[in-house]
Design a protein around this ligand. Structure first.
Ligand SMILES: [Zn+2]
Length: 158
């Protein structure tokens, strides 16, 4: 589990949030409907370009939003956050990151359209039976031509 009081930078940027489900669960996610999901690790790709940047968004995910706005808010209610990988950026890279994650070995799309209501990605939610290492993610981004200089990980060992 992530330590209490962990802080994220207030800058805009993109992130991957890792959420753990210890047993299979049924999730209703707004207009997407309902699905039975496996126990395991869920990787949600997002970006934070609003007020408060990554700090505001990741803190919201960590504590769990009271008002359900995004698909991930529903998922968060039934899972526990264990890690976040994030990178302050001038341009949102979440859609590129979603494509890169989806091509990862041992990582599979979890739910078509999840978190992708306003973009053309197949999904922004992925499933892995075990938490991938941030180093593997960094390497994969690098091979896809992404700048990973500011990429940070919290919540798990490197
Ligand atoms: Zn997208």
């Amino acid at each position: 589990m992530l330590e209490k009081g962990v802080d994220f930078p207030p800058d805009p940027g993109s992130y991957v949030l890792a959420l753990i489900a210890v047993e299979p669960f049924r999730l209703r996610a707004g207009a997407l409907g309902e699905r039975l999901l496996d126990a395991g690790v869920y990787l949600y790709v997002g970006s934070a370009f609003g007020p408060g940047g990554l700090r505001a968004r990741l803190s919201r995910h960590w504590s769990g939003a009271q008002r359900l706005r995004w698909h991930v808010d529903y998922l968060r209610r039934q899972t526990h956050p264990v890690a976040a990988w994030y990178q302050p950026q001038a341009q949102p890279m979440e859609h590129v990151w979603a494509r890169v994650l989806g091509a990862g070995r041992g990582i599979a799309p979890a739910w078509p359209g999840f978190g992708a209501s306003d973009c053309r990605c197949a999904t922004h939610l992925f499933y892995a039976s075990e938490l991938p290492s941030p180093g593997a993610f960094r390497a994969r981004l690098g091979r896809a031509g992404c700048d990973t200089g500011g990429l940070r990980a919290r919540g798990t060992a490197k």
